[in-house]
Design a protein around this ligand. Structure first.
Ligand code: SAH
Length: 369
């Protein structure tokens, strides 16, 4: 069954990466004791799951060989298979990972000064079908499991040289708040010192406005950040761009943003002649003021879906000024990875279209792993 892909059959090896760090450590300490070793050996092994990951039990050089062999017989630490890696002229890197059941997901690494932001996926495909989004156009296949979400960051630490991720955004494929069952524990793995140790303020969950998920995220004690994809300031327009607006109309999204006890960011993709007029600037400012939101204006990444035209950079600046004149804090997102189709879903789409190998001169800087 697809939904259960990657879950262990009875008697199969237990996946140590598909549980919370506290659970795996407890399990490994008990396992060590059960095999005549000191409990600290279990903790030693646990450190190699997330904190200093290795690609196999055999590579745990600080653990006795006999214990490594026993671990290998009882447990697994599944890797995500790197299927493609592309580097943009601006330093943005895009990774295409193949999962155990053959599904592909994308992860994008965006360097900016001393920061390295990793844009991660939460689902294979997406059910929401936003009009401009490449992932939406491919449809929904399945939810990712916890280890497949956090595993995208783990894989960065296993590259040579390893990449040290400082920030996480759930802005890859999928709707994270429609996979809360896996995203909830994945947030713990990303943030916990016994996991990947990334500060909660450096982890942003991006959503179209899935109400129960926003409530659940707000109930977590950690200061995770919330970004809401608004994209249109009226129900009529939003409805035409985002079918989910029927289920979660603007009023409910705004209500959720208001009750979320931390500052919210509005994502607003700039679609030329569609949502970038003077009237929309007034309406958007009103909504942002109502829930004290920060507004991120996103240049449309070409190659998404639909026949949209990006607003010109000058027009985006004009729109930003109109918002600022109404007291709204605004940032214009830099478009990154333009030459490698780094917008949501684009690499996977490209891969599926490109059944025949491309000629060397067209291959650009694509590295096939
Ligand atoms: N489902 C979540 C997270 C994934 S999409 C959400 O919608 O927020 C992450 C962001 O990328 C969203 O704001 C989405 O609208 C935006 N996006 C999708 N396609 C895009 C494109 N072609 N150009 C610019 N932004 C895009």
């Amino acid at each position: 069954m697809k939904q259960n892909a990657g879950q262990e059959a009875p008697g199969a090896k237990k996946n140590l990466l598909n549980m919370l760090p506290s659970e795996s450590e407890e399990l490994l300490r008990a396992f060590a004791v059960g095999h005549g070793e000191k409990p600290f050996r279990g903790s030693q092994v646990a450190r190699h799951l997330w904190q200093s990951p290795v690609d196999s039990f055999a590579a745990m050089s600080d653990v006795p060989v006999a214990l490594r062999n026993l671990l290998d017989a009882h447990f697994s630490m599944p890797r995500l298979t790197l299927a493609m890696r592309q580097t943009s002229n601006d330093g943005t890197e895009k990774f295409l990972f193949r999962l155990e059941d053959g599904e592909f997901i994308e992860t994008v690494a965006i360097p900016e000064g001393s920061r390295l932001t990793l844009c991660i996926s939460s689902q294979a495909g997406c059910a929401l079908q936003c009009a401009f989004c490449a992932t939406g156009a491919m449809g929904f296949t399945r939810n990712l499991q916890m280890f497949e979400i956090a595993g995208q960051v783990r894989e960065m630490r296993l590259l040579s040289p390893p990449k040290q991720v400082t920030n996480i955004v759930f802005m890859g494929m999928g709707e994270p708040l429609m996979n809360w069952k896996a995203v909830d524990p994945a947030l713990t793995v990303l943030n916990s010192p016994a996991g990947l140790g990334i500060g909660a303020r450096h982890i942003t969950v991006s959503t179209v406005g899935v109400l129960p998920g926003i409530v659940a995220l707000g109930e977590r004690a950690e200061q995770f950040r919330l970004a809401i994809s608004i994209h249109a300031p009226s129900d009529e327009l939003r409805q035409s761009l985002m079918p989910i607006n029927t289920k979660y109309p603007l009023a409910s999204v705004i209500e959720a943003a208001k009750v979320f006890d931390r500052r919210v960011t509005f994502e607003y993709v700039m679609l030329g002649g569609v949502n970038d007029g003077a009237e929309q600037a007034v309406q958007l400012a009103e909504l942002a003021r109502e829930c004290k939101a920060f507004v991120n204006l996103i240049p449309l990444h070409p190659g998404g879906a639909g026949n949209f035209t990006p607003s010109s950079p000058e027009h985006i600046q004009w729109f930003a000024r109109r918002l600022r004149a109404q007291g709204i804090e605004v940032a214009v997102r830099k478009s990154r990875g333009m030459d490698i189709a780094a917008a949501c879903g684009q690499l996977r789409v490209e891969r599926q279209r490109r059944r025949t190998p491309v000629a060397a001169e067209q291959d650009g800087n694509i590295q096939v792993a």
